[in-house]
Write a protein that binds this ligand. Structure first.
Ligand code: MCA
Ligand code: AMP
Length: 522
């Protein structure tokens, strides 16, 4: 019995080295070829001093090198820290220092973004750069080109121990209500248990070929798309990014594709493109949506116009995949189905924490071998998230319908999901509050036809100072945070509505801002 996904992958490579695994732009890798690179990358890292358990950040766009670095760090006994490539100074400084990373694999843009943070990241010793020429990093950092590390590793012979089930594999940073993101500790056994359950539920086999355009730095692309491929011995057509016209053309022309995974925004953009271009995709075995709510309307439109009956599922960074609509049987729009095999889900009363009967709304909790081991160096937050019986509090609200389908009805925590990316209002509020023209600010999510939800800032200008221009506030955010967190709208007001305890009443702001008849994609 394998102890990790890495071991399963290496086993496939050993038994069927010629089997096609991954295509990316002009590159093609069989299982055997990718395994050779992974082993070389791992040996290169070890030769340069990487110790078991040390953290290495991947601050990298989609590419075959992402897959090599991801598996290579694990093969060297290291822990991968995933970082969204849109992150800027505030997010990067926090994640890289919190995880105390010793190295980072990145591109030219990443080197430039990291350089000014040098003083805040004393643990960072080296960079592996995927692009030549990369800008010169600060003098105190060693830079190794990706290919040099591979070449060094190819000559090295250091033995590689395969990870044990309890070893830490990945730190996935995810924000809590505080706005400071926490590293979810995923062990090798968590990843293996979940990918096994997902593959079984979706009948994923080595015959499958996935078109993957989602970013690999988040759970959906990486731990569903890439993990499932590696686990089953299947293959993947990996793209740098999502482009609706290119995806539609591939889905029409490439008969080898059997699966497509997306967030709802990808489906609404595909639909729009299909309407405009009249291009129709071929029938696929499986279309999956997740990461944000898929509206029953979009579900129906995609079925009517693209011939695809989407399977919606529900996941989280802390737990990878939680529940899924059935592969065989009814896929019920507006629901996220049932727990995967070997996993449990329940809905509890938010005050008493007692399980609720079907049809009643409460907080969704998860339990099983897929659930993470806790938040990195945050015992307090870990303790708050689990009960004595090992149930994990997701912060999502939901109910189980009469037939057992789980329906997500809202969120107990303040979270905006924009195009499948999470935005914590508090994080944006903290950045806006530092602007000299801002006295008070509240950030909330409003319905958006393309993104599901959009970020909106309600601002009370500083009395006495000239009121800031909306664009200046947007730019202020973009300079400091990932661009997708910037407000799409800035609304000025004289005062924020507050309750008796002084807490901003965002529901009142939301009600005032949502204009009747607004079209939403949810
Ligand atoms: C890009 N922009 C966005 C978003 N994406 N704004 C709001 N929300 C977004 N999601 C902004 C950029 O900041 C930029 O602004 C401008 O749009 C163009 O950027 P570009 O990268 O070209 O945009 P795009 O290619 O149109 O990207 C849209 C996208 C992308 C393809 C929908 O957001 C995406 O790949 N989303 C998927 C996210 C994902 O994989 N989530 C899974 C998380 P400016 O020009 O002003 O700079 S895992 C998860 O949630 C759990 C575990 C689960 O269940 O899966
Ligand atoms: P993250 O912690 O970044 O991985 O985001 C996970 C969150 O995305 C979950 O807690 C849910 O709120 C949301 N989510 C994921 N899948 C779905 C879905 N199918 N429907 C509604 N919300 C979802």
């Amino acid at each position: 019995m394998s102890a990790s996904l890495l071991e399963v992958f290496l086993d496939h490579a050993h038994r069927a080295p010629e089997r096609p695994l991954l295509t990316f732009e002009q590159e093609r890798f069989t299982y055997g070829q990718l395994a050779t690179h992974v082993t070389a990358f791992a040996r290169g890292l070890k030769q340069r001093g990487l110790q078991a358990g040390e953290r290495v950040a991947l601050f990298l766009e989609n590419s075959a090198r992402f897959a090599i670095a991801y598996l290579g760090v694990q093969a060297a006994g290291g822990v991968v820290v995933l970082v969204n490539t849109a992150y800027r100074q505030v997010e990067l400084a926090h994640i890289l220092s919190d995880a105390e990373v010793c190295g980072c694999v990145t591109g030219a843009a990443g080197v430039a973004e990291l350089a000014p943070l040098r003083a805040q990241l004393p643990s960072l010793q080296w960079l592996v750069t995927v692009e030549r020429p990369a800008p010169a990093p600060p003098e105190s950092l060693t830079e190794v080109p990706f290919d040099t590390l591979l070449a060094e590793g190819t000559l090295a012979t250091a033995p590689l121990a395969t990870p044990r089930p309890e070893d830490l594999a990945v730190l996935g940073y995810t924000s809590g209500t505080t706005g400071r993101s926490k590293g979810a500790m995923l062990l090798h056994r968590n990843l293996l248990a979940n990918v096994r359950a997902v593959s079984e539920a979706w009948r994923w086999t080595e015959e499958d070929r996935l078109l993957l355009t989602l970013p690999l730095f988040h759970t959906h692309g990486l731990m569903v798309g890439l993990h499932g491929t590696l686990f089953t011995g299947a293959s993947v057509d990996l793209r740098r990014r999502f482009n609706a016209a290119e995806v539609l053309a591939a889905l029409r022309d490439d008969a080898s594709l059997t699966m497509f995974f997306g967030v709802p925004t990808l489906y609404s953009r595909l639909l729009e493109e299909a309407r405009a271009s009249r291009v129709k995709p071929r029938a696929l075995r499986l279309w999956v949506s997740g990461s944000a709510p898929l509206s029953p309307q979009l579900f129906a439109d995609v079925e009517a116009e693209l011939g695809a009956r989407i399977l919606e599922r529900y996941g989280m960074t802390e737990t990878v995949m939680n529940t899924t609509n059935p592969y065989e049987g009814e896929r019920r729009p507006g629901t996220v189905g049932f727990p995967y095999p070997g996993q449990e889900a329940r809905v509890v009363d938010v005050r008493t924490r007692q399980p609720l009967p079907r049809g009643e709304t409460g907080e969704i909790e998860m339990r099983g071998p897929h659930v993470f081991a806790g938040y990195w160096r945050r015992q307090d937050a870990t303790a708050e998230s689990f009960d004595a019986d090992g149930w994990f509090r997701t912060g999502d609200l939901g109910e189980v319908d009469a037939d057992g389908y789980l329906r997500i009805t809202g969120r107990a925590r303040e979270l905006i999901i924009s195009g499948g990316f999470n935005v914590y209002p508090r994080e944006v509020e903290e950045v806006l509050a530092l602007h000299p023209g801002v006295a008070e600010v509240a950030v909330l999510g409003l319905p958006d036809a393309d993104l599901g939800e959009q970020v909106v800032a309600v601002v009370v200008p500083h009395p006495g100072a000239p009121p800031p221009a909306s664009q200046a506030l947007v730019d202020w955010c973009k300079d400091r945070l990932a661009s997708f967190k910037k407000p799409r709208q800035v609304v000025f007001t004289e005062a924020l509505p507050r309750n008796a305890l002084g807490k901003v009443q965002k529901h009142l702001l939301r009600a005032a801002l949502v204009t009747p008849g607004t079209h939403t994609a949810r």
